[in-house]
Design a protein around this ligand. Structure first.
Ligand SMILES: [Zn+2]
Length: 213
């Protein structure tokens, strides 16, 4: 599997085919107009080919041994976060994007949690427990467009004990980023609870909506 090595939006990490969409800035059109709640997002590669197939095996067929090599992809992609010349990023906490308890019970596991645990073994950053929880079992995002997806997940996350994330530099983990709505809503809850920084890291970036986790 090859990591994406082309141009990406400085803020949200959107893969860009050329500098045309940047209009002389380092930001994609969406980030120039509005800002996500996360400080930055990065993804290992596009959601297709071998990576897409492995993610589907991992998530829908529960091939757990894949968590380890997939976490190595996350570790590699985390090297693409930038700090604007400041010292390297120190993360205090890794948090997987939570599933609602009903969905987790149905699936039996949270794929983001398994990725987070394996990434923690590589970078030594501790994984938080229920620091951020999903309050609403949001309808599947499949088939919804960007604005609808944002509306769908807005307010879906809560931080039960704000003191646990206050002032922390947080690394949010998920398998796939499509519109960024889920990661954005999760980051918004963490920021509201006092997190100092929230960066989002995913294995893949999908152009079209995928079946929901
Ligand atoms: Zn962007």
């Amino acid at each position: 599997m090859q990591p994406y090595d082309g141009l990406e939006c400085e803020h949200c990490g959107l893969f860009l085919g050329s500098t045309l969409g940047l209009h002389g800035t380092e930001l994609c059109g969406l980030c120039r107009r509005a800002s996500y709640s996360f400080d930055q997002a990065r993804s290992f590669a596009e959601y297709d080919g071998v990576l897409g197939a492995l993610i589907r095996r991992f998530k829908y067929d529960a091939w757990f041994p894949l968590a380890k090599p997939l976490a190595r992809c996350l570790q590699e992609a985390s090297g693409r976060f930038t700090t604007g010349g400041k010292s390297p990023i120190q993360f205090d906490l890794i948090l997987p994007v939570p599933l609602h308890r009903n969905r987790q019970r149905k699936r039996g596991f949270n794929q983001a949690q398994l990725l987070a645990a394996n990434l923690s073994r590589l970078n030594g950053v501790r994984v938080g427990g229920r620091d951020c929880v999903r309050m609403r079992d949001t309808p599947p995002q499949t088939g919804l467009r960007g604005a609808e997806r944002r509306k769908n997940v807005r307010g879906a996350f809560a931080v039960p004990e704000p003191g646990r994330v206050k002032g922390a530099s947080i690394l949010l983990i998920d398998d796939v980023l499509t519109t960024g709505a889920t990661l954005d809503a999760c980051a918004a809850a963490l920021r509201e609870a006092g997190a100092a920084q929230v960066r989002a890291l995913t294995l893949a970036r999908a152009r079209k909506p995928q079946p929901e986790s």
